[in-house]
Design a protein around this ligand. Sequence first.
Ligand code: NI
Length: 226
Amino acid sequence: MMLHIPSVLTAEQVAHCRTVMERASWTDGRVTSGYQSAQVKKNLQLPDDGPAARELGDLVLSGLERSAMFISAALPQRVFPPLFNRYEPGMTFGSHVDSAIRPVTGTPLRVRTDVSATLFLSEPDSYDGGELVVEDTYGSHSVKLPAGDLIIYPASSLHHVTPVTRGVRLASFFWVQSMVRDVSRRAMLFDMDTAITQLNQEVPKSPALVMLTGVYHNLLRQWAEP
Ligand code: NI
């Protein structure tokens, strides 16, 4: 399930991110890659333990906490501290799958990557190329979103970022360990939650709504991992 989640950050927050990123120093993006992806990755990243990544990471996490759609779709158990990257002309990230388990720097924690996420921080008309392309059983999906918008997709998917040919593409990326590991179960719960929210507006007094809400929670109780 790929899902576009609009306005995770406000325009002011995006502007603040870009200001901090303009002043920050960048390192080679291969520092966080596994062996296969390091061979196809050519971009820059903020050091994950540096003050810029920490400050902006907290800003992204607070945006996620406010997003009902993100919480309903990802059912987050643990979110990897957001990382930040930069693609200048000629930079790209070839086809790869994200590592399944990611240790969190400076902690004993590890995150199982069930969901991959990219939060766009540059306006789409400020750069050419730099599309995120995700492959699934329905084909290839090319994604380039307004600044402040988020795309989430199953971390098991092959994906790549096409070469940037003009301008600079700034983004945040991270992973979510979900309470519900199985992607098809997560998708069903998201559909059911979306339908319940809609019914709450259309027929708020219906007793069937109480029953349906009960079924949602009972399914979540069965499927959620502690
Ligand atoms: Ni990736």
